[in-house]
Design a protein around this ligand. Structure first.
Ligand code: GLA
Length: 388
């Protein structure tokens, strides 16, 4: 019998993607370096699995048979050899294409080549395909083009995780799960600054009912650890966040069930970056088997708080609750959680034992309410256990 645990897309994907930091400036040595670091620095052991090459990997033209061609200057050994290398490390290999005639950076897209490209990706040993939305002919629906590539991938002879990337356009929530995609971008491109993180997170708070096993809401790749280190001004060469902002970013993406795709240069990740990306308690919340979305609770008194101050609660498989106290505002706030809002009346006689997932320590046992003071742009993530 096939174990459900091994099914493609059961949990949010975890990996690294070349785009945020390197955009067009990619090559096979860089990709190999990231695979090596996944193993030596503990990312693989923590659950990170996919090494994904984003846009700008091919030549500008297909060959005479209509096949995509890897740029021989960037990838002289070819994609098959690169896939073999990544597989030899016990990792998986991801690539990128687009529903349209061209990718967003102007390389050939898979429009009207879907089955041919899926076959080629399978031959190369690809395990993951990110599928973008630029240069889409207007007469044809995106929904149909995602169905097409899904059908091609599911029948190409290899398990390939299908990562749709249409930026939340065309009410993607309403049709993407049925199309066969395992994850779907729900937002415009992230930038390496606090305003972008905050905007993307808030935009998805009322979309948590759509995310779940086998079709995860992808809030875009992580900017944790970039500190303004992109070669692309739009993403944030002059941006960058504080360590606390990166911690809050990772907490939001974890509890909201987004795939965790690292976007920084792991060759020079500092200690704080590693502690954030390798936080096992946050990763366990993100990867929880039942894959539920998180519900939002406004802190009391409700009239006092704006929309950037909220609690998120994710019901976990073993009966615990992951609770995030998020203060995305610019001033310190007390976030009061009344346990009745979790379905726990005082009269039931139970309390909650709280464990702090960033400080890695027990906070104690609380009955009726818990009201931490959270600094600006910060958060507290607890794992709560019901106790007598
Ligand atoms: C779009 C996507 C990004 C990235 C670029 C590549 O903007 O949303 O994540 O893949 O295209 O050109």
């Amino acid at each position: 019998m096939i174990s459900i645990e091994n099914q493609l897309g059961l949990r949010p994907a975890m990996g690294w993607n070349s785009w945020n930091t390197f955009t067009w400036d990619i090559n096979e040595q860089l990709i190999r370096d990231m695979a090596d670091l996944f193993v030596t620095e503990g990312y693989k052991d923590a659950g990170y699995e996919y090494i994904v090459i984003d846009d700008c990997w091919s030549l500008k033209e297909r060959d005479k048979d209509g096949n995509l061609v890897a740029d021989p200057e960037k990838f002289p050994s070819g994609m098959k050899a690169l896939a073999d290398y990544i597989h030899s490390k016990g990792l998986k290999f991801g690539m990128y294409s687009c529903v349209g005639t061209h990718t967003c950076a102007g390389y050939p897209g898979s429009f009207e080549h879907e089955f041919q490209d899926a076959k080629l990706f399978a031959e190369w040993g690809v395990d993951y395909l990110k599928y973008d939305y630029c240069f889409k002919p207007r007469h044809i629906s995106g929904e149909l083009l995602y169905k097409r590539m899904s059908l091609a991938l599911k029948n190409c002879g290899r398990d390939i995780l299908f990562s749709a990337c249409n930026w939340g356009a065309d009410n993607v929530y309403q049709w993407i799960r049925e199309s066969g995609a395992h994850m779907y971008r729900s937002t415009g491109d992230i930038r390496d600054n606090w305003d972008s993180i905050k905007e993307l997170a808030i935009s998805q708070l009322d979309k948590q009912c759509y995310t779940g096993s086998f079709c995860h809401n992808d809030m875009d790749m992580l900017v944790v650890g970039m500190y303004g280190g992109s070669n692309n001004d739009f993403i944030g060469r002059i941006g960058g966040c504080s360590d606390n902002e990166y911690k809050t970013h990772f907490s939001l993406w974890s509890i909201m069930g987004s795939p965790l795709m690292i976007g920084c240069d792991l060759r020079n990740a500092n200690q704080v970056t590693k502690e954030i990306l390798l936080n096992q308690e946050l990763i366990a919340i993100n990867q929880d088997l039942e894959g539920r979305g998180a519900y939002r609770i406004k802190p009391e008194p409700q009239w006092f708080h704006s929309d950037d101050v909220f609690m998120l609660v994710k019901v976990l498989t073993n009966g615990d609750l992951a609770i995030g106290f998020f203060n995305l505002s610019d001033s310190q706030r007390e976030l009061s959680l009344q346990f009745w809002d979790l379905g726990l009346p005082y009269a039931a006689g139970f309390s909650l034992s709280l464990y702090d997932c960033w400080e890695h320590k027990e906070l104690g046992v609380f009955r009726e309410r818990f009201a931490p003071v959270v600094p600006a742009r910060d958060c507290l993530i607890v794992r709560a256990k019901l106790v007598q």
